[in-house]
Ligand binder design. Structure first.
Ligand code: ADE
Length: 224
């Protein structure tokens, strides 16, 4: 998978890709992530990339031209399956859509900043708008990092143990069961006995029951 991230602040985005699972996914060549600084595509003096909104009002608006020039340059080299704008009024990302995006080959992510982008970017250049939740971030960069993390870990081969993504919360509309590790007793707190019994079918049964119990209690909406 190839991900192009278009942003005014590449430095805000780089570190999540430099550690742990995302780092390994990149090093193994399973995924390629490239950052594109919108400022480099400005044709104006002082590399201006934003301007006041027509009609007045607070805040600056990201101009269409540098964004268009950047996307055009990318599209000249290859086709993209999706050109995604991260925005709080987009479709909310969930495990199902993350699974879908993990099957795509080439995608572009556009991060907005300030008041957002000139709406013509959304009308004419973007194919999908995604939100990571009903709250407003200062820009799309952290949302892009969240999107990439949730999607990349689902690409086959990225997680050491393949089944580990399959047992994540939400993967089958259930929350994950509790997990524990050594020591079996810490202070007076003990792990459920069944987990140290060595009885795998019983353990599986226990995990299924706990997953259902936690989902009913914490997220009954997932069961509807
Ligand atoms: N940009 C600002 N807030 C956002 C959010 N909640 N999701 C995606 N992009 C955003």
């Amino acid at each position: 998978m190839r991900i192009e991230i278009i942003t005014l602040f590449p430095e805000l985005l780089k570190s999540p890709f430099e550690v742990s699972i995302l780092k390994r996914a990149i090093e193994s060549g399973t995924v390629q992530v490239n950052f594109h600084d919108i400022r480099a595509f400005s044709t104006q003096k002082q590399k201006k990339v934003d301007d006041y909104p027509f009609g007045g009002g607070a805040g600056m608006v990201m101009m269409i031209e540098p964004i268009d020039r950047c996307i055009e340059a990318l599209k000249k080299k290859r086709d993209y399956d999706a050109i995604i704008y991260l925005t709080p009024d987009g479709e909310t990302l969930n495990q199902k859509s993350a699974n879908h995006y993990s099957t795509l080959k080439n995608i572009i992510l556009l991060c907005g900043h300030y008041k957002g982008v000139d709406h013509r970017v959304r009308d004419y250049l973007i194919t999908k708008e995604i939100s990571i939740g009903d709250f407003v971030l200062s820009g799309g960069e952290l949302a892009a990092a969240v999107f990439c993390d949730s999607v990349i870990r689902l690409i086959p081969g990225v997680l050491g143990n393949e089944s580990s993504a399959l047992t994540d919360s939400f993967q089958d509309n259930l929350l994950a069961p509790p997990i524990y590790t050594r020591p079996a007793k810490y202070k007076n707190w003990e792990v459920p006995e069944i987990l140290t019994s060595g009885n795998t079918p019983k353990v599986e049964q226990w995990r299924d029951n706990k997953a259902m119990e936690r989902t009913k209690k914490l997220r009954p909406d997932l069961l509807k």
